[in-house]
Write a protein that binds this ligand. Structure first.
Ligand code: GLU
Length: 289
């Protein structure tokens, strides 16, 4: 059975890009008698706000989207993330890192390195300063990083499957070990305050919710190889992905949460209908779908 999800972070209003993801995931599941689940990605408790969460429920209901089962909140899931991290730790794949962003920028651009630093899905690729580590020796207050080379030992490539815009045609994304080492590096799986990082939480939760198809914006495509690797390491089934083009404003600028001008709530207050929102993002209206 098809199971899709929408996984917004309650750190701002839903905008047109969210509407596109949510409607596409919802309609895809409903067309095939599947389920559409909702997850609130409130890992970052310093930015999550109950009023944004309430607005998410309200906007989704107004768009005519219904979700199945209880809402999963990441803030309640720390034991599940800890268990996954412990499994990786037990295999010697995790180390503690005390570097600040500044330390990383300095080390990555050190003249003796020769080549310019690479940028990955989480910013500068970590130069590995803390990597020489004593297995199992972790200090509190340090971020937890995946030792990428160790995690990939014995693998030549990691693949995941995508559906193109027709949601039918499969595309294989295959990344070799060099891509992981050079363009991703030792990803952070838990932050120094102990909270799980997005990459770990999203993989654990997609598995816990038995998600078969992940629909999300193309801005997350570069992070998906990390998710596929974690699914492989943790023995989870791999969902199929659809990364859709980002919805841009009339100047071609990418919409961000702070661009309240494109918030669904704003269009609502101006009298737009749910079908108007569908039309704005190029999706069939409900009467035509
Ligand atoms: N929580 C993320 C966001 O709101 C989405 C993550 C995902 O769909 O995997 O941008």
């Amino acid at each position: 059975m098809i199971r899709t999800r929408f996984a917004p972070s309650p750190t701002g209003p839903l905008h047109l890009g969210h509407a596109y993801s949510a409607i596409t995931a919802h309609d895809f599941a409903r067309r095939q008698g599947g389920m559409f689940l909702l997850r609130i990605e409130d890992l970052d408790q310093s930015r999550a706000r109950p009023e944004w969460e309430a607005q998410i429920f309200d906007d989704l209901a107004w768009l005519g989207l219904t979700w199945d089962g209880p809402v999963l909140r990441q803030a309640t899931r720390s034991a599940a993330y800890e268990a996954a991290l412990t499994a990786l730790l037990g295999r010697g794949l995790i180390y503690g890192c005390k570097c600040s962003r500044r330390d990383i920028a300095q080390a990555a651009s050190a003249p003796q390195e020769g080549t310019p630093p690479n940028w990955g899905p989480d910013g500068l690729v970590y130069p590995g300063t803390c990597r020489p580590h004593i297995a199992g020796h972790l200090l509190a207050g340090q971020a937890r990083r995946l030792d990428m080379a160790a995690a990939l030992a014995g693998c030549s490539k990691i693949a995941f499957q995508e559906l193109s815009d027709d949601l039918i045609t499969p595309i294989d994304h295959i990344n070799n070990v060099d891509h992981f080492i050079d363009n991703i590096g030792d990803a952070v799986l838990a932050r120094s305050d102990g909270a799980a990082a997005y990459h770990l939480a999203v993989v654990v939760d997609d598995a816990a919710q038995d998600i078969t198809h992940v629909v999300r914006g193309a801005d997350l495509l570069s992070a998906t190889p990390i998710h596929a690797l974690l699914q492989h390491l943790l023995g989870y089934a791999k969902p199929i992905y659809h990364h859709h083009a980002l919805i841009r404003d009339s100047n071609g600028k990418r919409l961000a949460k702070r661009d309240d001008a494109k918030a669904i709530a704003k269009f609502r207050s101006e009298g737009a209908s749910p079908d108007d929102i569908r039309a704005m993002v190029g999706l069939p209206t409900r009467s035509n779908s």
